[in-house]
Design a protein around this ligand. Structure first.
Ligand SMILES: *[C@@H]1O[C@H](CO)[C@@H](O)[C@H](O)[C@H]1NC(C)=O
Ligand SMILES: *[C@@H]1O[C@H](CO)[C@@H](O)[C@H](O)[C@H]1NC(C)=O
Length: 145
C-alpha cells in the first residue's frame, strides 16, 4: 500500500464524515483501516492540545494502534485494548514502561518504542481476522514514522 492510497482513504473519510461500518457485524480490512485513521487523527488532536511537557516525562504519542498519554518517569502506563481494533480482547490492557530518564522503553532489536499487547490478542480463535489485524498493525507500524 502506498501513501497515495492512504490519501484517497483520508479524502474519502473527510468527504463522508465518518467511517461506515456494515451493520452485518463483520469488519473488513478497509473498515478497520478507516477506524485506525480516525483514531490516529483524534490522537494527533489530543497530543496537540496537551500542555508543554515537563522535563523527565515520556511524551504522549500514537504508536500505530494506541494513543498513549504522557508517562511519569519510572512508571508503567496501561491503556485498554482499543475498541476500534475489532479483533482485540477488549477486556485486556496494553502496557508500556516509561523509564527513569523519561523515555519510553525501547524494543532493542527494533529500535522503537515497545508495548505489551499480549492481553489484547488472548481471545479469539478466528485466525483469519487475526491475520487481518496483524497485517493492518504491521502496515501502520511501517508507515507511521
Ligand atoms: C534508532 O533510532 C534513532 C532515532 O530514531 C536513530 O538516531 C538511531 O540511529 C537508530 N539506531 C539504530 C541502531 O538503528
Ligand atoms: C506481557 O503481559 C502479559 C500479561 O499482562 C505478561 O504475562 C507477560 O509476561 C508480558 N510480557 C512481557 C514480555 O513483559
Amino acid at each position: 500500500m502506498s501513501w497515495v492510497w492512504i490519501l484517497v482513504l483520508l479524502l474519502h473519510t473527510l468527504k463522508t464524515g465518518t467511517a461506515l461500518i456494515d451493520s452485518d457485524d463483520v469488519i473488513t480490512r478497509e473498515e478497520q483501516i478507516y477506524l485506525l485513521i480516525g483514531a490516529r487523527a483524534a490522537c494527533d488532536r489530543s497530543i496537540r492540545s496537551q500542555m508543554a511537557l515537563i522535563e523527565g516525562q515520556c511524551v504522549p504519542e500514537w504508536d500505530g494502534i494506541v494513543c498513549w498519554p504522557r508517562g511519569a518517569a519510572g512508571q508503567w502506563v496501561s491503556m485498554a485494548c482499543p475498541e476500534y481494533i475489532y479483533d482485540f480482547n477488549h477486556r485486556g490492557r496494553v502496557y508500556r514502561q516509561c523509564d527513569v530518564s523519561g523515555a519510553w522503553e525501547q524494543a532493542d532489536a527494533l529500535n522503537r518504542t515497545w508495548a505489551n499487547y499480549s492481553e489484547c490478542t488472548l481471545l479469539s480463535s478466528d485466525y483469519s481476522s487475526h491475520a487481518e489485524v496483524a497485517a493492518c498493525w504491521s502496515w501502520f507500524h511501517n508507515v507511521h514514522v
